[in-house]
Ligand binder design. Structure first.
Ligand code: T4K
Length: 411
């Protein structure tokens, strides 16, 4: 227990954990199964270019998403790019700024203009009214992002896109296995994109996939991920090298086998965080709707300095010193970073407020229930002396302490 400021590791006390706890520890699954698969690929001397493991991985992912086609790629950023290209997007693309910068960069790299719109303040997902208000004669698509695995307001966004003749696409990087109104994420819009990065709920080292029920689109994407080759092995369209390797698929398949267990574990961690942090002033765990089949790969808390007396960024530093390594998904938001803040300055009040408060706490298979209890204990202790911690940190940095009663307003 941290009773006084001096007990905190940031100010010289012993760290709460001997080894760091992380947000994005990979879910590896049964290592021997992975090595078996890898050995098979090595024995067969077939490492990439349409190997059997990638094919099997695509089938499994398509099953999980309840969709006809899965086109696996080397990462999700490239998958987004291929999809934008395949759908022939032009001009402006509407999207939330509360997302990983990859959603926007994938568009900008193709010469498109990401147009950032504000979000629902609770879910953090794109607000359909804001999206509709941002449509111009140059708009070609709306890209929804299922932030932290929470589904976007899909029906409403699809209606907006249909009313204006726009393409509707979804960045589902966080949402494998999740659902929306009883339907699996993966079948919405023209296509959806998953990420299988090492930090994701299912990992293939690096990896991504476009999933779609549109057979023609899938065929086009398969060709585009492999230099635009047609059936005869000659280029028939513009393409690149975006293939997933057999080694990546071996990891993906193994991680996917553990997916069910991982989700059960993540949900238990999430529930534990909610109960342990319930009633802590200024700290609220962002809830998931159980009907949405959340994979709970992220435990997101909002830190409201008015209640905690300590700013999110200082809390993050305090926790890091305790070996609790948190993340800010997503802060700064996309419109606050280059090249967007210079190219197209915009103010998004709800995004900025959420982005200022958001903090992701460690979870995943490597984080046990006991770890969660201990992390929460530390958070409770720090918040109980939040104003004092803030003052100490200011003094350490050579600033005057906050005026009495105004500690909340300082960083
Ligand atoms: N759309 C959305 C909405 C996304 O969130 C992302 C990616 C994409 C698109 C693009 O997907 P990809 O092209 O990457 O497939 C991480 C990931 O690199 C990124 O994939 C992910 N979103 C984003 C939310 O998180 P960082 O910069 O936070 O990663 P990093 O290296 O700081 O790792 C985070 C934590 O994970 C560390 O504290 C330690 C732990 N970790 C990380 C790695 C790489 C491990 O324990 N082992 C590892 O191997 O971006």
């Amino acid at each position: 227990m941290k009773r006084k400021v001096d007990d905190l590791a940031l100010f010289g006390g012993p760290a709460a954990f001997l080894r760091p706890l992380f947000v994005g520890r990979p879910s590896i699954g049964d290592r021997s199964r992975f090595l078996e698969r890898l050995n098979r690929a090595l024995d067969d001397k077939w490492l990439t270019n349409g190997g059997p493991l990638v094919g099997e991985f695509e089938e499994r992912v398509a099953e999980v998403a309840g969709v006809r086609n899965c086109v696996a790629t080397c990462n999700a950023t490239t998958a987004l790019q291929l999809l934008y290209l395949a759908k022939d997007l032009t001009g402006e693309v509407i999207m939330p700024a509360m997302t990983y910068v990859a959603t926007a960069h994938a568009a900008r790299m193709l010469g498109l203009t990401p147009v950032f719109c504000d979000i629902d303040p609770v879910t953090g997902c794109l607000d359909p009214l804001e999206a509709e208000a941002a449509i111009t004669s140059r708009t070609s698509a709306v890209v929804g992002v299922h932030l932290w695995g929470r589904p976007s307001p899909i029906d409403e966004l699809e209606k907006v896109a249909a009313r204006h003749g726009l393409h509707m696409l979804f960045d589902a990087a966080h949402a494998l296995g999740c659902s929306y109104r009883g339907r699996r994420i993966g079948r919405f819009g023209a296509a959806e994109v998953f990420s299988f990065h090492a930090t994701k709920v299912v990992n293939s080292f690096e990896g991504g996939a476009v999933v779609t029920d549109d057979d023609g689109l899938a065929q086009q994407l398969r060709s585009m991920r492999s230099f635009g080759f047609g059936a005869d092995g000659h280029s028939v369209r513009l393409g690149t090298n975006a293939k997933m390797s057999e080694a990546a698929a071996a990891m993906g398949l193994t991680s996917l086998e553990a997916f069910g267990r991982t989700v059960v574990h993540n949900r238990a961690n999430h529930a534990r965080y909610r109960s342990e942090l319930h009633g802590v002033d200024g700290v609220s765990v962002v809830p998931f709707d159980d009907d949405e089949d959340p994979n709970c790969q992220y435990v997101v808390v909002r830190i409201d300095e008015a209640g905690t007396g300590i700013h999110r960024d200082l809390l993050m530093r305090v926790l890091k010193a305790e070996n609790v390594v948190t993340q800010r998904y997503f802060s700064p938001a996309c419109h606050q970073v280059e090249p967007y803040r210079t190219e197209r300055p915009v103010t998004l009040p709800r995004t900025e407020r959420l982005s200022e408060q958001v903090l992701n706490l460690p979870t995943g298979p490597a984080v046990s229930e006991a770890d969660v209890r201990r992390v929460c204990e530390v958070v409770r202790d720090v918040v109980a002396m939040g104003a004092e911690v803030t003052d100490r940190s200011r003094r350490q940095a050579g600033h005057a302490p906050a005026p009495a009663g105004r500690a909340n307003a300082t960083r």
